[in-house]
Design a protein around this ligand. Structure first.
Ligand SMILES: Cc1ncc(COP(=O)(O)O)c(C=O)c1O
Length: 425
């Protein structure tokens, strides 16, 4: 062989080797026993449209993890209603953990809470416009007593003035919890200078305002921040130093407002575990971590297991991926990537969620997304047929849970309850 052709042959072989190395492997696998059981159940008794599945066995595991934390830390739990937005889901968790405390973020849901949970103790998780608060009182009926059982969250003197006027107009007393900025920088009171006028206004109007405590939310303590920004211990120490400063200031300058039993709320799912190492706060707020969608795959929630999935049927099975206009030339794609050899159109799609079962399903960047009939590709090994279910794992819970009508609660692979989600009115 001439030297030149020898070099070319070498390059060709090298190219083929490189191509073989770059070529995607087969990622497809059929449903495992867990998802296969759910698939059978949903085909037999499900709605055969997109559905939100809550696995009660897995939820029970997460409840137990939180229950043990509460026993160790001596703290109370406040359930984050917006992250678990179905009254029966909240009731299920509340009864097992033994809490009547809720954190609400939305006037229509707040009115539902007050009617459905007349024994609840409710803290707002964000400061609502005063008109929203007014609407709450207008619509409220029943034995839930806002003057005893509800805490409005307040961030600025201007808003507190508005709430004071509301309380005066209604002839009632509003319980006020003050939002602290403990490092999240999402508003709230950052120093004692900003706190003083709020406490003064409350002290000056005991007929219409009552100090109920503080709320300092610190999810960044449990996020995967680069070590450079501080270890979890360092971040927690900073948060608690800020919290302690406001507590000390209140006790020293406004001793008449201070009493045992104030609500000293902190944390969220990402950070609650860290609060085992401090004893200032009286309670933690947790919602999403009990269902563990994928954005909560954090080291701090390592003991929690995923308990929420979207299930949706396959409507069509059309073979290898074909892109409009490329038509038969699309075959190059499925020739190259075995994971594009089967195409499935599912019922619905474009959710904040990623396919998880069968393993190896992928969306097509070339074909695009659809909320009506979304395309997913897989290799023949995924073993899907029309009417089989595809399972997706939501990235978050609060918006996703509201998109599917009744939640399907399953236990041991069987649908055992159907739980309506919150309505907007
Ligand atoms: C004030 C406050 N506390 C706690 C939480 C924690 O909620 P979750 O546990 O669902 O992350 C949130 C979430 O947005 C929040 O805004």
């Amino acid at each position: 062989m001439k030297r030149r052709s020898f070099v070319l042959a070498g390059l060709g072989a090298g190219g083929l080797l490189a191509a073989a190395w770059l070529r995607p492997g087969d990622r497809g696998q059929p449903h495992d026993a867990y998802f296969q059981a759910l698939n059978q159940e949903l085909k037999a008794r499900g709605p055969m449209r997109p559905a939100l599945v809550i696995d009660l066995d897995r939820l029970d595991h997460n409840i137990e993890v939180v229950r043990r934390f509460l026993a160790r830390s001596g703290k109370q739990l406040r359930l984050v209603e917006k992250s678990l937005p179905a009254p029966d889901l909240l009731r299920y968790i509340g009864e097992r953990i033994g809490t009547r405390r809720l954190m609400s973020f939305h006037q229509p849901f707040l009115n539902h809470d007050a009617r459905l949970f007349p024994e609840a103790d409710i803290l707002l998780g964000k400061p609502l416009p005063v008109r929203s608060a007014q609407l709450f009182y207008q619509r409220h009926r029943g034995p839930f007593d806002p003057a005893r059982q509800l805490q409005w969250l307040i961030d600025t003197p201007a808003r507190l003035q508005q709430y004071l006027a509301l309380g005066q107009g209604l002839g009632t007393r509003l319980r006020i919890n003050i939002e602290l900025d403990v490092g999240l920088h999402r508003g709230g009171v950052g120093d004692s200078q900003a706190l003083a006028p709020l406490l003064q206004l409350i002290a000056d109007h005991p007929q219409h305002l009552e100090f109920a405590g503080f709320m300092g939310y610190d999810p960044f303590v449990g996020m995967n921040l680069p070590e450079l920004l501080g270890t979890q211990d360092e971040l927690l120490a900073k948060v608690m130093a800020l919290y302690q400063r406001q507590v000390d200031f209140t006790r020293q300058r406004f001793p008449a407002l201070w009493r045992a039993g104030l609500t000293l709320n902190t944390a969220g799912s990402p950070s609650y575990r860290a609060h085992e190492r401090e004893s200032l706060s009286s309670e933690v707020a947790i919602g999403t971590g009990l269902l563990k969608p994928s954005h909560y795959d954090l080291p701090s929630l390592q003991e929690h297991v995923p308990a929420v999935y979207i299930a949706t049927p396959v409507l069509k099975h059309t073979g290898a991926l074909r892109i409009p206009a490329l038509d038969e030339q699309s075959r190059l794609l499925s020739w190259w990537d075995v994971n594009q050899r089967e195409t499935f159109f599912i019922y619905g799609g474009n959710w904040m969620a990623d396919p998880v079962s069968p393993a190896g399903l992928q969306l097509s960047g070339l074909y695009g997304r659809s909320s009506n009939q979304e395309l997913v590709n897989g290799s023949p090994a995924v073993g899907l047929a029309v009417d089989d279910q595809v399972f997706l794992r939501p990235t978050q819970s609060e918006a996703v849970l509201l998109q599917f009508g009744d939640l399907l609660a399953v236990r041991g692979g069987r649908i055992v309850e159907r739980w309506p989600v919150y309505r907007e009115s």
